[in-house]
Design a protein around this ligand. Structure first.
Ligand code: NAP
Length: 290
């Protein structure tokens, strides 16, 4: 499926903002392991400009990608970001070896938001996700309250949460509106199935990270079979499956290639039939690992 008439599809709510359901995740624009500069900065700029040309109006980033690199490339490509909703995240930082230690103290969260504002060159961020470290099983009240204060100062339009359980989402909602949840989720990684449905009931956008499998793009015989039948690529089918999975889902697939970007955006016009969906629903992580 190589439709030349690609577009970012219909729209859905990201909190109080309406965005196209096909957005873009900018993490892959930094260097290897999301550390340092991209191999080809001009190519990274071209991907971003092409995304916006094709109707993408929701871009996911973070100042800890690079660090700073992704935001700097975004700024070079798209500043002043007219009509774009920039969603970023705080709660981690990078160490000298490219590791991802958590950064959840008040000072680190405040610095994280200011670093995003500074490197993007904006006065307000569209949304900021509080990204919990994997080890964080307790309350998010303290860090989320810090972000609420920054929102009250006008530095952040909306708040979201990332890497959370349903209980942590509910705790955040008790403190005020939550625009989006960003957890890992894709065709073969369905640990957060119940949370996807919970978000739909609550009217909170669910924005899966690793929609294509992340650092190891999805491979599965069942996926390939459906793609072949539909004259589409497996990645397009994986994205179309997510779009039909829940109206709450907004997509932010990442790519450093214009060809892959166009392919991914064209997935918005791919229609899966009931038999396709049944076969794809049956795909499991175990099969994918086999
Ligand atoms: N909240 C969090 O903790 C968190 C964690 C991870 C990511 N994120 C966000 O989620 C976004 C999406 O996740 P992601 O970028 O890591 O993973 P992804 O979107 O699942 O997959 C990206 C990978 O798939 C490849 N790819 C993309 N389109 C393709 C296509 N049409 N055909 C073949 N390969 C294709 C890319 O390689 P090429 O560059 O070669 O296309 C890249 O290696 C990130 O950009 C980031 O903004 C958030």
């Amino acid at each position: 499926m190589t439709a030349p008439h690609v577009s970012a599809g219909g729209t859905a709510a990201l909190g109080t903002t309406e965005v196209h359901r096909m957005g873009y995740g900018a993490m892959q624009l930094a260097g290897p392991h999301v550390f340092g500069p991209p191999a080809d900065r001009d190519a990274a700029v071209a991907v971003l400009r092409r995304a916006v040309e094709l109707g993408v109006d929701h871009v996911d980033t973070s100042d800890f990608y690079g660090p700073h690199v992704t935001n700097e490339v975004l700024r070079e490509a798209l500043h002043p970001f007219d009509g774009l909703t920039l969603v970023t995240k705080v709660g981690a930082r990078r160490d000298a070896d490219g590791g991802w230690p958590s950064a959840m103290t008040r000072e680190e969260l405040v610095t994280g938001v200011h670093d995003n504002l500074h490197h993007l060159g904006v006065e307000q961020l569209g949304a900021v996700n509080l990204r919990l470290p994997d080890s964080w099983t307790g309350s998010l009240e303290e860090p989320f309250t810090v972000l609420r204060e920054l929102q009250e100062q006008g530095l952040v339009a909306q708040l979201g949460v990332s890497n959370v359980s349903a209980a942590q989402l509910d705790e955040a909602l008790a403190l005020g509106p939550v625009a989006c949840v960003q957890n890992s989720y894709n065709l073969v990684l369905r640990e957060h199935d119940a949370l996807v449905d919970h978000c739909a009931e609550l009217g909170v956008a669910f924005v899966p990270f690793f929609p294509l499998g992340g650092f190891s793009p999805l491979q599965h015989d069942g996926l390939t079979a459906v793609a072949t039948r539909l004259d589409a690529t497996p990645m397009q089918v994986a994205l179309a499956w997510l779009l039909q999975r829940s109206p709450a889902i907004l997509l932010i697939p990442g790519t450093s290639s214009v060809a892959h970007l166009e392919e991914n955006i064209a997935a918005t016009s791919l229609v899966l039939g009931p038999q396709d969906v049944t076969e794809l629903d049956d795909v499991t992580e175990l099969d994918a690992l086999a």
